[in-house]
Ligand binder design. Sequence first.
Ligand SMILES: Cc1cc2nc3c(=O)[nH]c(=O)nc-3n(C[C@H](O)[C@H](O)[C@H](O)COP(=O)(O)O)c2cc1C
Length: 221
Amino acid sequence: MISLCDVRESLTLGEIRFDMPREMTVLEGINSLRSVRKFKSDPIPEDKLRIILESASKAASGSNTQPWEFVVVRDARMKARLKEPMLRTWLEKLAAGSGMSQRMRDVYDDATEMLRNTDNVPVIIYCCIDIDRVGKSEEVRYASIYPAVQNLMLAAHALGLATCLTVHGSTPTRGEPEVKKLLEIPEHVKIACLVYLGYPAVRLGHPKRKPIEKFTHHDHW
Ligand SMILES: Cc1cc2nc3c(=O)[nH]c(=O)nc-3n(C[C@H](O)[C@H](O)[C@H](O)COP(=O)(O)O)c2cc1C
């Protein structure tokens, strides 16, 4: 079985010390990854950030175009400025959406609190696609960034860090024009999503998902 210890052996990044459990396997990582929305203020060591980004860059992409661009934001003032359009548009969306279930409301309350706290999250990473690099076909675009984003989150998890993927700042109705302007992201680059990253301030259980029988079809629907 491939373990993260094997992954470590194959990384030539000098004297890096990991505080992940040595026995954590890839499958354990996949099966315990959660969206964490409360983070400690401790900064993220540069070597860990590097491994996380390198892991993202190993993902598949259409024709190996590797169209990803990551904007890593650590500056608290910049995070505060970015929060403004993202929070404003999110609150507008919430105000417009009536008839929400209690379950959705609970998730949205946590999501809103994390967004309000954006300036205190150690690192936020805008995951972007270079449209010029990925080619014209619409279906290949997002399919060429999300494998990298998942790698990024799994690598962070393996290193004892926590993440939460959001789509804040990823469309015009989510503040994308303002975010792109603040970050000086060029015209031909599209924000796909945003990942919050830090040491977890809470411990969450395993992911709650439907049993595979509910969505798996064999040979025909
Ligand atoms: C496309 C996408 C958009 C998401 N947007 C948000 C978001 O805006 N805010 C948030 O707090 N979580 C967001 N999430 C995280 C989901 O809410 C989370 O994955 C889901 O509730 C399952 O929880 P778990 O990952 O902890 O098992 C998003 C996840 C995906 C894949």
